[in-house]
Design a protein. Structure first.
Length: 480
């Protein structure tokens, strides 16, 4: 005795395999689309999946992305830019354009239109000095974390963020990919090609909670752009792919774009004040196994040893149009609070005392990874050498200002090589010993708030009047 299963179509009988005599089934989705399509088959916009998928934030199913050749994309993100908007100094590698509006950074937030004005034709813009490259088959990822303080239905303040170079209150951005909160309160994604915009509605007015922060992500592919807005519970509230038009030669006629955020009031003005509160921003290259060293990625984010990551000023010392004033080195205080550079030290009596030539305080909350120290042999200045001078160089990371009271976590590390000036060496003579060049295969980690000393023991010598040793020191490394 058996059961025959038939469909509504005449002759549409379910088949049973000879072995292992199992009923054959072909799964379909709720839309009627086949869930097990043949290789190369086209799919509808309502296609369901029985393929591999992942969970976005552990909460929402999301299909895995593959390349044009059907290969699952594995990614090793390459960091191009990062700003945490911490402390009170706005990153100097942002260009600021402020027309009556103000920009203030404090407590981990950069606020554009801090004064909350609605005056017509006013703006607050930050645009990165760095421009980010687009490479074929290596998507460019841009993320902002931002809170919009108001989302009125009819207003005159607009907010934009993404890639591009806005100019004042000029509406059109010549080339770029960006979000735009419009005057009607809706959010749209914009692709701009030579001043021609392709806009796509992403969110209606009133969908977002103006008390909450959201991630605004843009991923620029070869021929389409993905716009995603994710709330703090990691659930996308908007996730839309926009393809370039078929008559457009490419996504953009330029290969590099700066990132930006703009708040501006249109030519009418008035209405409800809107502020953009930004707490994080980063730019990455996706899907590119560049094997770019981490220190190179830190340099991309302007975290090289020569740049203070909190003030964005240079960390080294090099006087312009003058000689660096001569100082007497000591082991009890810092005489030159820079991370290397030019030094001009008065000669001291020979002793086994560790003397600080440079003493740089690592700015909190960053650590500094010391990769190398390069010290050129100094030059005799001011007077001839009377007593032969021998200099033995060292570094002392994780120290305090006073080298004579070393904390338990300080290291004293000698640098291979000596510099020697013979007795009677004339003004202008260079110490022998050549360049001291030390590279640390394993970086030395210098912790936040500690002092990194670079100095020497003047093993022999005399404090001859006017005699000074002038030289230069280069420090290699990065802040993290």
């Amino acid at each position: 005795m058996g059961i025959q299963i038939a469909g509504f179509t005449v002759g549409n009988i379910a088949e049973v395999d000879a072995t292992p005599k199992a009923l054959r089934t072909i799964p379909y989705g709720a839309s009627g689309a086949l869930l097990c399509p043949a290789n190369g088959a086209a799919v509808t916009s309502t296609q369901g999946y029985m393929l591999n998928a992942g969970l976005h934030g552990g909460k929402e199913v999301q299909a895995l992305r593959c390349s044009e050749t059907g290969v699952t994309r594995t990614t090793s993100e390459t960091l191009l830019w990062h700003d945490a908007f911490e402390l009170a100094v706005i990153n100097l590698f942002w260009t600021q354009s402020l027309a009556t509006m103000t920009a203030v950074q404090a407590a981990g937030l950069l606020t554009l239109n801090n004064s909350a004005i609605t005056t017509l034709n006013t703006d607050a813009i930050i645009t990165s000095l760095r421009q980010f490259p687009r490479y074929p088959r290596n998507p460019l990822f841009i993320r902002w974390r931002m809170r919009l303080t108001n989302n009125a239905a009819a207003n005159h303040t607009l907010v934009e963020l993404g890639l591009g170079a806005p100019v004042g209150v000029t509406v059109l951005i010549t080339n770029g990919f960006f979000f735009r909160w419009r005057a009607d309160g809706a959010l749209e994604g914009v692709i701009s090609f030579n001043g021609t915009e392709q806009t796509t509605l992403l969110l209606a007015q009133g969908v977002i909670n103006t008390a909450n922060y959201y991630y605004y992500d843009i991923v620029v592919f070869d021929d389409y752009v993905q716009f995603t807005v994710t709330d703090s519970s990691n659930i996308p509230v908007a996730d839309t792919i926009v393809y370039q038009t078929v008559t457009q030669p490419s996504l953009a006629p330029v290969s590099h774009h700066p990132s930006f955020c703009r708040v501006y009031v249109d030519t009418v003005g008035g209405g409800t004040a809107v502020q953009a509160l930004i707490s994080a921003h980063q730019v990455q290259i996706l899907d590119g196994l560049t094997q770019k060293p981490w220190e190179d990625q830190m340099a991309s984010a302007m975290r090289h040893a020569s740049i203070d990551p909190t003030t964005y000023l240079q960390t080294t010392r090099l006087a312009n149009a003058g000689v660096t004033a001569a100082v007497t080195p000591t082991n009890t205080t810092v005489t030159t609070a820079t991370l290397g550079g030019e030094y001009n030290n008065l000669a001291t009596v020979g002793a086994e005392t560790l003397m600080s030539i440079f003493g740089f305080t690592i700015p909190s909350p960053y650590s500094f990874f010391l990769k190398g120290v390069y010290i050129e042999a100094p030059i005799v200045q001011g007077a001839a050498v009377v007593t032969a001078a021998i200099l033995q160089w060292f570094v002392a990371p994780n120290a305090v200002a006073n080298l004579s009271t070393a904390p338990t976590n300080m290291q004293r590390i000698p640098l291979a090589g000596y510099h020697l000036a013979a007795a009677a060496a004339a003004i202008g003579a260079q110490f022998t010993g050549g360049k001291i060049a030390v590279q640390f295969r394993t970086p030395i980690v210098c912790l936040a708030g500690t002092v990194l000393h670079i100095g020497y023991k003047s093993i022999t010598g005399a404090a001859t009047a006017l005699l000074a040793y002038r030289g230069q020191c280069f420090v290699d490394g990065y802040f993290e």
